[in-house]
Design a binder for this molecule. Sequence first.
Ligand SMILES: [Zn+2]
Length: 902
Amino acid sequence: MAGRGTSEHTTTDDMDERNRIWTTGNINHGFFHENLQQQPLPLQRQQTPGALSLLSAPVRAISENGNGSANGNGIGNGAANGHGQASASESDQGKQLPYQRISPNLIGIQSRFRRSYYHKVVLGALLALVIILLIAIIVLSVSIKKSNPICRSRECIRSAASLIYAMDEQTDPCEDFYKFTCGRWAEEHPRPDSVTSNDWFRERQAHIMRVVREFLRSNISSAEPEAVGKAKTMYGACMDTKQLDQRNLEPLVDYLLRFQLPLLPTSLNLTLGNESKYTAQVANASYNWLESMVAIKQHLSMDLIIGFDVFPDPFNRSINRIALGTPETESAFPFNNDDSHKLLRKIHRKTIFMQNSDEDDSEDDLESEEEEAAKQTTSGMSAYLNYIRKVIEKYLLYVDPYVNQEEATVGISQLVKQGVKVARKIHELKEDAENSTKPSKNPADDIIYISLTQLQNQTDKNIAPKTLPIWMRYMELILKGTRHEKNRQMTTNLTIITSQADILYLQNVVEYLEETPPSHIESYLWLSTIEELVLHTTSSMRLLHSEYMRLAIGTEGSTPRSLYCANGVNSLFGMAVSYVLADEEFTRVKLPRVQRMLSDIRRAFDRLVRSTAWMDAATKRKTMQKSAEMKSFIGFPSWLRNGTALNAYYEGAVVNASMHLENLMGFVHWQMMEKLNEMDKPEPIGWATSPSNVNAFHTFQSNAITVPIAILQYPFYDLGLEALNYGSIGTILGHELTHGFDDSGRRFDRDGNMVEWWSNQTINEYVNRTECFVEQYSRYHLADIDEYIDGELTLGENIADNGGMREAYYAYRLYVKEMGRERSKLPGLEHYTHEQLFFIAFGNLWCETYTPAASRYALSDSHCPGQMRLKGVLSNSEEFARTFRCARGSAMNPHQRKCRIW
Ligand SMILES: [Zn+2]
């Protein structure tokens, strides 16, 4: 639905859009080859005095720079070609540098001895040598200790080892910083066979899920809140596959009946034999597409044909609005929402779309590209057809063991053909509507308020003089069972929120519904429901599905059921599950430190705002005011450890130890009912996600950021040195803060309402600056799939990435100014300054690996792939170029204009 005026923005995005999936080819022969420019070789660079002095920074500090400021970034001017690390050709030696620097001194002293005492007794010479050596060692150790101790905390050693084993120091950081920081990451972090891509976020999420699984496995304790017990019960029911097999497809059939869907869709052209235990139910069944569709929405939260949602009015967040339009929401069943399933859905949708263009003779370039993509997805359509046929066969044998198999085969073909045809048409109508209306520059202009009667008039237009009364009935049905059920005023006076594109879609879809045989629509609803529910029934059904998945997306192996269940329970009972993560020590020790860091970042942001030349004074003031009022939810909610509060939060959720599908369905239904019941009250401002999520969020309509405890851990935090912490979690905090001022966020004021609160002059200047980013990122080419980044789509994230890094960098400088310079070095990485470590930690955030099949689908994400995020930010950063002494014209410090907003 185009109407929704809010969105949550994440660092790596929430799982929904987080499909930054790549082919492995990119890491080794990345797009950087395209951008290579003539550069001095690393060897030449090493020979410049400037570079040498930087290389030997630890020793230099002893002899020349007692105050230890060798890691300052003021070195820039001396050696234009230099950059401050042990560069490619001599990096092996570079690591031993402190010793190398010491030895010339020793030799010098030795030779003086030789000249004076050579003719004396050999013994004396040896003795003297020993003494000298001793003195040298003492002097050396004292002086090293005095200036640059090595950090030997557990955190430092872990960070150092992890960074060293990820880095490829043979690579010139000014040419390819991704390869420099992440070149060996893949070797150390093999992608599990069951996932399509791997990165730090996924790896740590998997780690958290193992902790969660252990917790869910443990016995229910009376010392824990009841809500925790509910989560454990749900986990137990999910794990009880014996029970699932025993119950067979009975729960599935129950829900078909509840949704008033026929047990045998018309298009099967079959009748139940007398042996079937469901004969009676079939005789009583009455099917009505609208009623079934709304029942499915109520229980699965899944949009079929018509999109429905409730959210705060973009202009006034204290009122909630119902939105109607294109179908957007997929099933809220958590178990199907892992990366592989998402990829599968994307491929599935693409396959349907592809088939369409086959029928079309007017193929342009775009379509042939799409076709090419279709070929690459290992004939997804035939894999799907094969899968769904087998599922229906199994289903038919369950409802009628004596079904005529020959007739069934013919019927299944009809059913699937019709279902796919409707799915394809709906997809097409949606695309057409979205493409036919160009989104306005200001999204506020696209929002339309309309009454149900007006909407009815609109959707009847295409079929006049006929009518298809839908909207009043839809509202009555969806409110059934809520406390608004009897409130007729609510429906008759209802003003819904929608857009021109949505209305156009609804008009066309109504026309389509009117002219399509009802049995086709029925096939579509029936198939969609079966596909969604069947995974939560028997082992043999799941086996069919994993085979389909293997063929379609090429992952081998599958997630163990225990992790799959832990994930599912976590996404429904996230707060209860996080009970295990919420420790008091965090609140006491870490929380104040994170808050301090966030306050440094806010101050850095304010300074950057103040120093801009393109914002007028009033707009600057309001911008800083919004940042000051931005709420932050960090770690976990304080009420989480309060049993009464936690129980109240899950009061209406009912679980049963032996009814897995009912548990899921019941939970999603309860959530939907809550949402509808509460829709006349303002949406509370609160946590955007549960604490167990390795991610971070910004919510425009709340002017709030959420940073869960799961991301406030290694390798994002607890890195030993603040330089590393600011480079990692600091840039994430900055990213989320900056979202409040990206191309969407800047439209929302400090209260989360969409109003113009900037001056026109400043807006114009801002838009000019955003165009620079669009152009920059659109130039980025992914060689292996021969595609360009969509600079428009990724604009908001790119603004946040760029601002976030710069804010964290200056926040670290503020920290140093107030707390003093960090003196201790990272073991094995002593040859890097703290500023350099800041950027190395930032680079390390984006290390990733991916499968070839997944790569093609990464580009529809609002985030660029990790490598591009890194490259985009650093090539805009004077701070980076200065710190690594990257010459203008090098790949990481290109000649092109640097894009910058703050
Ligand atoms: Zn983001």
